[in-house]
Design a protein around this ligand. Structure first.
Ligand SMILES: CC(C)(COP(=O)(O)OP(=O)(O)OC[C@H]1O[C@@H](n2cnc3c(N)ncnc32)[C@H](O)[C@@H]1OP(=O)(O)O)[C@@H](O)C(=O)NCCC(=O)NCCS
Length: 383
């Protein structure tokens, strides 16, 4: 078994493994999938396991920027993890994920996230549950009835990708959200040229949505001003005569929750996503921490896939920023990659102790770590 970059000549073989794992794609989706995988191959983000020169498994690294405490970190979003049915259960999945972690780290990603169909292979490689994606159904007519002044909105076009990314990021940054991620403008550009994705922009907000069976599906929406946000939602609502229901993934503090009257929303599904830190020191230095908090706590990290990052540290937080400083003095709560990922995502240390993901140190430090990493991470997009 050899794990290396997928060769472009093997696109059809990779598609075959994918189809045997997730079911066949429609003809139109096959073209989009091949274009996406080709871009990933060019960027060194598409790995495959070969057995005797034949593709038996693949995994893709999507290049995202994920928001943590209002700051954006390079995040490797892992997707398309598939092992051909006849090769499952013999360690290929774990071996492939170990290679994915190493590759993502060498490409400069500070952390990695994924939606697990099953958690075992990912836990084995240091990922842990970190946040959710909560999908709700709304009455489209409730969106139509949202009050607010008229705001000029225009259709998005091929050249708007960077603007869309910028407009969607602004409210995430100002709420200091943790978990949402940005696509690269090159991927957003694909949507902007897709007739099935309807994109609209205002001066300070953007929306993309589309028809999905008997309802609308909002893919992304965000605006800096309440007026533009309401106008974008009303634009979706204007279609209430053709689609009574609108489906959207909302974060726990999405403004829409405070704008709707009651009984106009129901949760349809909640899906966990998992996180792994690829460079804990860089991720801590880059993310946002609570403003007004000042503390120093010892922690010890161990990572079988990253011996260099293992060791004793002091976490120091002040002025909304943090640093993991190396120390020669061993001590503090000891965390493996799964414990560190879950703590980074705001899981209380007491929960980690209860599940064996944290041990040692002074229990009195637990509250300081909880205060430092406090977050309710969520994603709104799927990959
Ligand atoms: C999930 C998948 C990638 C795992 O690959 P694999 O080569 O069979 O995995 P491994 O042999 O390396 O096993 C790793 C661990 O996952 C567990 N596992 C594998 N498939 C599982 C499943 N369907 N349900 C529960 N656990 C599973 C194994 O038991 C093993 O656990 P252990 O470490 O406790 O022994 C593969 O089964 C697959 O392609 N499934 C269909 C597509 C899919 O679900 N992809 C994942 C999308 S997120």
């Amino acid at each position: 078994m050899e794990i290396r970059d997928l060769a472009l000549d093997d696109l059809d073989a990779a598609l075959d493994v994918r189809s045997r794992s997730f079911g066949p794609l429609s003809l139109a989706d096959v073209d989009q999938w091949k274009a996406m995988v080709t871009r990933a191959v060019a960027a060194g983000r598409q790995l495959a396991a070969y057995d005797g020169g034949v593709v038996v498994a693949t995994a893709r690294i999507n290049a995202f920027g994920q928001w943590w405490g209002g700051r954006r970190l390079p995040m490797a979003g892992i997707g398309g993890v598939v092992v051909a049915p006849e090769h499952r259960g013999s360690g290929v999945g774990v071996a492939l994920m170990e290679a994915v972690v190493a590759r993502a780290r060498s490409l400069g990603f500070m952390l990695s996230a994924l939606y697990p169909a099953t958690v075992a292979p990912y836990r084995r490689t240091g990922y842990e549950l970190a946040g959710v994606r909560r999908v709700v159904d709304l009455s489209t007519d409730a969106l139509r009835r949202l009050p607010g002044p008229d705001v000029a909105l225009r259709r998005g076009g091929a050249g708007d990708a960077e603007e869309v990314v910028r407009l969607l990021a602004a409210p995430v940054r100002s709420r200091r959200d943790s978990g949402p991620f940005d696509w690269e403008p090159a991927e957003v550009a694909v949507d902007l040229e897709d007739d099935e994705v309807l994109t609209y922009l205002g001066d300070d907000g953007a929306l993309s949505y589309g028809f999905a069976g008997d309802r609308f599906q909002v893919h992304a929406i965000g605006a800096a001003s309440p007026e533009t946000l309401r106008a974008l939602w009303r634009l979706v609502g204007s279609g209430s005569s053709v689609r009574a229901t609108t489906r959207v993934a909302l974060g726990p503090t999405d403004p829409l929750l405070w704008m709707l009257s009651d009984n106009e929303l129901s949760v349809t599904s909640t899906q966990w996503w998992m996180l792994r830190l690829l460079d804990p020191a860089a991720a801590v230095a880059e993310r946002g921490f609570p403003v007004g908090l000042s503390l120093e706590v010892p922690v010890s990290l161990t990572d079988p896939l990253d011996r260099e990052a293992s060791g004793a540290y002091v976490l120091a937080v002040s002025g909304g920023r943090g640093v993991l400083r190396r120390t020669e003095v061993p001590g503090g709560v000891t965390l493996g990659p799964r414990g560190m990922a879950a703590m980074f995502a705001g899981t209380p240390v007491a929960t980690l102790r209860a599940t064996g993901l944290a041990e040692g140190g002074e229990p009195s430090d637990d509250a300081l770590l909880d205060a430092a990493f406090a977050a309710t991470p969520f994603m709104t997009d799927y990959f």
